[in-house]
Design a protein around this ligand. Sequence first.
Ligand SMILES: [Zn+2]
Length: 354
Amino acid sequence: MMNRRPILDGHVDTLQPFYLSNRTRRSFFQKSDTGHIDLPRARSAGWGGGFFSIFVPAPTPSIMESTGGVKQDIRAPRGDFMKPIEFPYALEMAKAGMECLFALEDESEGGLKVVRKSVEIQSALEEDRIVAILHFEGAEAVDPGLDSLGGFYTKGLRSVGIVWSRPNDFGYGVDLRGQGSPDQGPGLTQAGKELVKACNRLGILIDLSHLNEKGFWDVEKISSAPLVATHSCAHGLSPSPRNLTDRQLDAIRGTEGVVGINFSVRFLRRDGETIPETPLSELVRHFTYVAERIGVDHIAIGSDFDGTTIPIEIGDVTGLPKLMEALQRSGFDQEDLAKISYKNWIRILSATWR
Ligand SMILES: [Zn+2]
């Protein structure tokens, strides 16, 4: 057994600067004071890795002008960032993201490992390697006939968010601006329902974060796997459409699933404002609320590091020990903290992967 308590994380956008050219480039292997995660800071914080998201930003005119087709500007024209995107472009971007992850793995000389089996997670953590779970945030790079899914699985894809906050061939995401109900738009398309079944067959985790409520209930009906939202918070505390209602939380418990709590201040605060000075206690409140509602076996971490504005009290990955201390002060015991930190994610992945 591990002599310390590593942290597995349900969602990080740390890969993005490495395949999106407009982002400030920094080395994953050198300690930086920008962004939230690099290898030295991860190690010093006991961050053991987690779901590395591959996200396809909306194409913009600057992408069309650029060479090679994979030089991107994540800021689409105002309002356009939630429009559907084309499959060939999404495929090219997702391939760039995957190549980027495998290049980091090679360059890390064992420091970072892309895991494909749940037993590999435990051993990688024991060997002090950072665990990387390949995750698509939105399934735009998968063709609606699902012919490409098996190939992605072979390469290492182990987690798929059916949608990001935009419609695609499979379903409808929630608008992440403003507040309101996650009950926006229709349920999964026929292709979306087939995607759920195919993920069940292959043993790919289906991520419900960003999916609208009708889509959520479709997955609940169809899927044979535990329900998982990798990076969401409690709608009862912060009424963002990105957060989970009490009924959704109950359904997650009903399938022995898990919620990774998101650190984004917009999803923590009742007013939904982007205020970095939001106190750490707001984040702790979501852990307490979800644990009281559905139990500590169904709660984990889904930081959204490198993808959002988080409380300055956390700052970056090195602020995680502060969160753990705050959780302990609010009544979680050592076993609870081990479940929240990594045991629940390992249990879910063992139950979901082949
Ligand atoms: Zn997200």
